[in-house]
Design a protein around this ligand. Structure first.
Ligand code: NAD
Length: 516
């Protein structure tokens, strides 16, 4: 009997032993940096004609690894391989498919600190954030494995006299999985494992900012005994090979998580029927956010300020769920801004290999330029409270930045910045705050701090977002407990880590037998 799913605990880094373990893992990974990595198609290691480098955003001069820039031909080959492997894999017993996920979860547990260390170095996540990312990846494997077993069981149907009826969930086919870099193990593992446990085969194209994490996932799946070709690992530029993968007549589904612009492009291309195509492609697209925390007058302002600070600046604000708008009712506005500024002043920024640094770098030069541009726009659109500039040398460091008195329709209150920049907006009262919260094209996460039960109930009805949190921060969704996905331009509301998620990777077949 499989034990009931429960979330993987985090590593306690206040313990000297765990600190030592993490330092050792960082130095062991440090010795492996700069290696060459291949495409993996049908289990074969393949070199492309061009390569690219993944770098450590905390230390721009440090190369994490050299990866292959797949061409259109290699993309075609990866997809053909996934197509060839599909019939066999789709018929493997679902419980056996789930076993691969459980074995992979065990391997991730064994390699926990090593995985953390790679993520600290490749993505600039601090120790705790990296550890939480790996824990979430383990959760996805454990959760979707169990979910597949549940879906493979007998499904409830209304009895019909004279008939025996069944409903079975069958896979879709060969699909493309395109994850982002910001949860480089968790989201990549979640999307890919859901697809494969449901019986599909996959071309996995990781982000070019996190290919080493993608490669580690492949190693772990191989270690878990996954047959070659069930997942094919294709690094390279999304712009160069994305259209081939998405537009291919035999691609059955595309599972994407990333920005609104790329997501909408995929939705559009996938909707065009290519010659020879015999299905409507399924697109699962989880995209950006402009998430708000509403702070009411009737609340513990200290707790609210802690929640806003963590949600705005944790992992440098580079979470789709990050708080990028604090909407505060006017009677506590000045006091809240003061408190928040004070708390933000204690944030340390620097190389996250050092445990003492809470905030690390943003992911790359392009992100740095774009965030700095938004900060300049913000200085025009509001009152700079803290931060407002780069923070140190050697990496892509930006100060945690708060801009107050921002108009709800200002650019920094509407556009996703994806960095450590928070807009603080004043609302007349609680109703006005909710109205402002809903007034963007996104609808991913949101939170409300209030001690007034009526107001919380009102927020439950009115605040239009996929993941609403009451009296806690808007980041940190847990697999199983907080199925995750957004409304409007935040995506297709797929609810990753929830009980509906595997349905997206399957189709239901109803079978009726006349029995007389
Ligand atoms: P991105 O859109 O730049 O890239 C995402 C992936 O798409 C990458 O693997 C990239 O290589 C690939 N890609 C780029 N162009 C492509 C094309 N033309 N065709 C096919 N693939 C292409 O996003 P990112 O910078 O990696 O991630 C940050 C974004 O992701 C933010 O907008 C964030 O809000 C969003 N995000 C959303 C969720 C969610 O659950 N809603 C979770 C995490 C991140």
């Amino acid at each position: 009997m499989l034990p009931e799913f429960k979330n993987e605990p985090y590593t306690d880094f206040s313990q000297a032993e765990n600190q030592r373990g993490m330092k050792e893992a960082l130095s062991a990974v440090g010795e492996q940096l700069g290696g060459d990595y291949d495409l993996i198609i049908g289990g074969d290691r393949i070199k492309a004609s061009e390569q690219f480098r993944s770098i450590n955003p905390s230390r721009k001069d440090q190369v994490v690894g050299v990866f292959q820039k797949a061409s259109v031909e290699e993309a075609e080959r990866a997809l053909q391989t996934a197509l060839e492997v599909f019939p066999g894999w789709s018929r493997v017993d679902p419980a056996e498919r789930a076993e691969h996920l459980f074995r992979a979860a065990a391997a991730m547990r064994r390699r926990r600190l090593e995985l953390n260390a790679w993520m600290v170095i490749e993505e600039g996540k601090n120790w705790l954030e990296a550890d939480a990312d790996v824990a979430e990846a383990i959760d996805f494997l454990e959760f979707y494995g169990r979910e597949m077993i549940r879906y493979a069981g007998e499904q409830p149907l209304t009895p019909v006299p004279g008939e025996k009826n069944e409903l079975v969930y069958i896979p879709l086919g060969a699909g493309v999985v395109i994850p982002p870099w910001n949860f480089p193990l968790a989201i990549l593992t979640g999307m890919t494992s859901a697809a494969l446990v449901a019986g599909n085969t996959v071309v996995l194209k990781p982000s070019s900012d996190s290919p080493a994490m993608g490669h580690l996932f492949m190693e772990i799946m191989e270690e878990a005994g996954l047959p070659p070709g069930v997942v094919n690992f294709l690094t390279g530029s999304g712009a160069a090979i994305g259209d081939t993968l998405v537009g291919h007549p035999r691609t059955r589904f595309i599972s994407f998580t990333g920005s609104k612009a790329v997501g909408l492009g995929i939705v559009e291309l996938a909707a065009k029927t290519a010659p020879g195509q015999i299905w409507i492609k399924r697109v699962i697209a989880e995209m950006g956010g402009k998430d708000a925390i509403v702070v009411d007058g009737e609340t513990d302002l200290d707790r609210a300020a802690d929640g806003v600070k963590t949600a705005a600046f944790g992992f440098q604000g580079q979470k789709c769920s990050a708080c990028s708008r604090a909407i505060v009712v006017e009677d506590v506005y000045d006091r809240f801004v003061e408190l928040l500024a004070e708390k933000t002043g204690t944030i340390t920024v620097g190389d996250v290999a050092d445990q003492k640094n809470y905030m690390g770098p943003v992911i790359n030069q392009r992100a740095m330029d774009s965030i700095m541009e938004y900060i300049e726009i913000g200085k025009e659109e509001g009152r700079l409270i803290t931060g407002g500039g780069p923070a140190g040398e050697g990496g892509f460091y930006i100060q945690p930045t708060i801009i107050a008195d921002v108009d709800p329709r200002a650019r920094i209150a509407q556009e996703e910045i994806f960095g450590p920049v928070l807009a603080v907006i004043k609302a007349r009262d609680f109703d006005h705050a909710l109205q402002i919260a809903n007034d963007t094209e996104y609808g991913l996460t949101g939170a409300v701090y209030s001690d007034n039960r009526d107001k919380l109930e009102k927020a439950k009805k009115i605040f239009h977002c996929g993941n609403l949190y009451l009296n806690r921060k808007c980041t940190g969704a847990l697999v199983g407990g907080h199925p995750f996905g957004g409304f409007n331009m935040s995506g297709t509301d797929s609810k990753a880590g929830g009980r509906d998620y595997l349905l997206l990777y399957t189709q239901a077949k109803s079978i009726t037998e006349f029995t007389g």
